[in-house]
Ligand binder design. Structure first.
Ligand code: KIV
Length: 258
């Protein structure tokens, strides 16, 4: 069934929402065959595919390129695109233009990192017809301020702030929220406090669903993966085996003459 924001929202309280990232047509098609609900064209494309150290190098042009590739897979899954670094606190006109471009290449919704400080922008975007998925907890686009990735919401004050962020984002019109590396107990409170789906990554089991970066869950990366990730495949070693077999076959002249 073709997913839209309403069908995603209707899953809260019924069954777990299953989401992953996709950056190209083939992964999008394969994930869709597995009936994944949401494909996020994450700015994690920068670190997983493009060789950058963080997501801050990812530009709007790169996001448009990868979003179009995922959209061409014509999935039943809802395709959500990340608003890349540098736009969130830009002028409303620039944010709107960036979101408009991502929607016009085929994304059905945009994910934006941030909490209470961006709710007025989110309200305006939603009113203009751009569905928004919020993102709280660890905000990878803040890496240069943070220094390193860490868990959020472990202490009372930070937990309180995150709960206020979640409630404010729901009130602003977000159709769903991602909570990244949020302490399990805080996630449980957030999940109960809001009526929109709360999808976790490294945020414990008490969420309305889970999202993992495709390369991490497929075991298809060179860099070490976060410790909360469960690998469900080992594509890197399968690819290595295939390349080695190919090399051997070529060296042994095993290719038939045609
Ligand atoms: O870019 C991304 O892949 C993300 C997920 C980690 C949620 O934002």
């Amino acid at each position: 069934m073709l997913k839209n924001i309403q069908t995603i929202q209707s899953l809260k309280g019924k069954r777990a929402i299953v989401a992953t990232t996709a950056y190209d047509t083939i992964i999008a098609k394969i994930a869709d065959k597995a009936s994944i609900d949401i494909l996020l064209v994450g700015d994690s494309v920068g670190t997983t595919q493009l060789g950058f150290d963080s997501t801050v190098n990812v530009t709007l042009d790169m996001m448009m390129h990868h979003t179009s590739a995922v959209v061409r897979a014509q999935t039943n899954a809802l395709v959500v695109a990340d608003l890349p670094f540098g736009y969130t606190h830009d002028s409303y006109q620039n944010i709107f233009e960036a979101c408009r471009k991502l929607i016009q290449v085929g994304a059905s919704a945009i994910k934006i990192e941030g909490g209470q400080s961006i709710v007025s922008t989110i309200g305006r975007l939603v009113a203009s017809g751009i569905p928004i998925m919020g993102h709280i907890g660890l905000l990878p686009q803040q890496i240069n301020n943070l220094g390193k990735y860490r868990k959020f919401g472990l202490d009372k004050n930070e937990a309180k702030e995150l709960i206020c962020d979640a409630e404010a984002l729901e009130a602003a019109g977000c159709f769903a929220l991602i909570g990244e590396m949020v302490a399990s107990k805080t996630s449980e409170i957030i999940q109960k406090a809001i009526n929109i789906p709360y999808i976790g990554i490294g945020s414990g089991p008490k969420c309305d669903g889970q999202i993992l970066v495709a390369n991490d869950l497929l075991g298809f990366s060179i860099d070490p993966i976060p410790n909360f990730v469960r690998e469900f495949g080992n594509l890197s070693s399968k690819a290595l085996e295939a390349f080695k077999s190919y090399k051997k076959a070529v060296e042994n002249g095993e290719f038939p003459n045609e």
